[in-house]
Design a binder for this molecule. Structure first.
Ligand SMILES: [Cu+2]
Length: 328
């Protein structure tokens, strides 16, 4: 599954298009020539000694054709080179800090650690889950609207402590007295009678840390320029002698990959713009020691709270909380 229409997938299509054209013409001319110009044994032209491998038949010399043999492929190669350079500018144009969503990544032996330098608040698409969580920062109440869903329970986590709340099945609007705090980790997970997860609302504060060693996914908002700065050496530097080893952070579905290099204290940078919700792969593409193969992980592309991931198809953003609260 491809994560989005990356420059690389577009490039792949263009290369395939031109390769098909060249292939059809080349093999067409080849098979036509084999059939049209073949000499039958016994005929006047059947003289195997006449053909010198690697040279044009001098008596059938055609200057125009020979020039075309050089000019046409040269034009094609130049054209493909121009097309391919577009991928370089996409990879190396790093968006400015204020325009991008930034996460620091540390490659460890042998897992990925994600350090949030910006906060992220997101929730699942209410149009799909029929659940909406309204918990603005500073607000003293948490409201969960569940009309049209089979929700019965909400588990609210604030800075590590989890509390279960029963969903108000009569009004379909559950109001919990709980103050939202911008500076701590908070999540609301709404489940049905069988314990199946129906809807997630989550706030990752600045300095929040996620790790693939704990089975956690990297969570990234869609329709934004993402900048990942990657370090080989751990931030804490509890062991000054350890400068890290070489890893390579790879997002196969976006076609982007970058090394983490010991000694480059400023880190290395990768940038991309996801435009589709979903869960995608993370791989380590540089052998980094015995358990290199365990450096697999997942990246979740989510929509920020109050937004959706519809920029691509031009749907106007609708605040879900406004919709289900009757536009208050
Ligand atoms: Cu690695």
């Amino acid at each position: 599954m491809i994560a989005e229409d990356t420059v690389f997938s577009v490039l792949y299509d263009k290369f395939m298009f031109w390769s098909d054209i060249v292939g059809i013409i080349t093999f067409g001319v080849l098979f036509y020539s084999i059939l049209r110009y073949r000499a039958k044994p016994g005929s006047e032209e059947f003289n195997p000694d006449h053909i010198e491998v690697g040279t044009f038949p001098v008596d059938r010399h055609n200057t125009r054709l020979e020039i075309a043999f050089y000019v046409v492929p040269t034009i094609l190669i130049v054209w493909l080179t121009v097309l391919a350079t577009s991928s370089s500018s996409v990879v190396w144009d790093i968006p400015a800090d204020e325009d991008s969503f930034d996460v620091d990544i540390v490659g460890k032996q042998w897992f990925w650690e994600f350090d949030y330098v910006e906060e992220l608040t997101w929730q699942d698409d209410s149009r799909i889950t029929n659940v909406n969580v309204d918990w603005k920062f500073g607000s003293t109440t948490l409201t969960i609207n569940t009309l049209g869903s089979s929700a019965v329970n909400a588990t609210v986590v604030q800075d590590g402590g989890a509390i279960d709340y029963a969903i108000d099945l009569e009004s379909n609007s559950t109001i919990i007295d709980l103050t939202s705090n911008y500076y701590i980790y908070q999540s609301v997970k709404v489940t049905d009678a069988d314990g199946n997860l129906l809807h997630t609302w989550e706030h990752l504060p600045v300095d929040h840390q996620l790790s693939t060693a704990a089975g956690e996914h990297l969570v990234i908002p869609c329709d934004e320029d993402i900048v990942l700065t990657m370090y080989s050496r751990p931030h804490d530097q509890s062991n000054p002698a350890y400068v890290g080893v070489q890893h390579a952070f790879w997002l196969p579905q976006w076609g982007v990959k970058e090394d983490l290099v010991p000694g480059l204290e400023g880190g290395t940078v990768i940038t991309f713009e996801p435009d589709r919700l979903g869960t995608f792969d993370i791989r380590c593409a540089e052998y980094c020691g015995l358990n290199h193969a365990k450096m697999v992980g997942y990246i979740d592309i989510v929509a920020r709270d109050g937004e959706n991931c519809d920029k691509d198809v031009g749907i106007k953003l609708i605040s879900d909380s406004e919709g289900s609260n009757g536009g208050e």
